[in-house]
Ligand binder design. Sequence first.
Ligand code: HEM
Length: 183
Amino acid sequence: MGGTVQDTLRIIFVWLHILGITLWVGPQFFLAVAWVPASRQIADLPTRVAAMRTITRRFGYLGGFGLILTMVAGTYLISDWRNHYAQPSDVDFMSLRFGVVFVIKMTVLMVMLAVIALHMFVLGPRQLEKLEAQARGEHVTEEELRRVRRQSMFLSVSGLLLTLAIMVMGVMLNTTSWSLQEI
Ligand code: HEM
């Protein structure tokens, strides 16, 4: 019976972990593949910038929720790890590939969160402000716009690549014929 409850909880939390990842990763590809070209077709600049503000804010809510869901579910998965894989308490976490990959995964996650924070709170808003100033008819040079767009784009692409690397490490953890080997 105990096993059944544990297994049910595990199924639910792996599902939540993956659901959160889809909400975080899916819209990033969608924005790049669908929204960026679509936005260029909005000829009226104020309308284009207003739509951009709405879509990026909504992406922030959705992706942020997904990321939090992933982290909450991941916290459950790691807390249940020893019990689920029946690892005796004298097996040192860091003596297994599982422990090492997990620590690297968490480190890359911290870097990814820093990159995303810089994009969301500094460079993204700066880019929108410049576009809004241009839409109001204020003087903004193309060079200024290009620079902030390039920096902002660099951060969003880096954040996505780091996310994809974190996913690979998650699957490495889950491949227990490999990850539960001693180093
Ligand atoms: C606080 C943050 C996180 C913790 C504590 C955590 C923990 C874990 C653990 C323990 C597993 C292995 C589950 C198992 O034994 O099978 C796992 C799997 C996985 N993680 Fe995370 N994780 C976190 C964040 C993330 C993030 C941000 C991503 C990607 C965006 C991610 C992607 C994955 C993937 C793809 C898997 C494989 C899913 C599967 O089990 O089939 N994780 N995570």
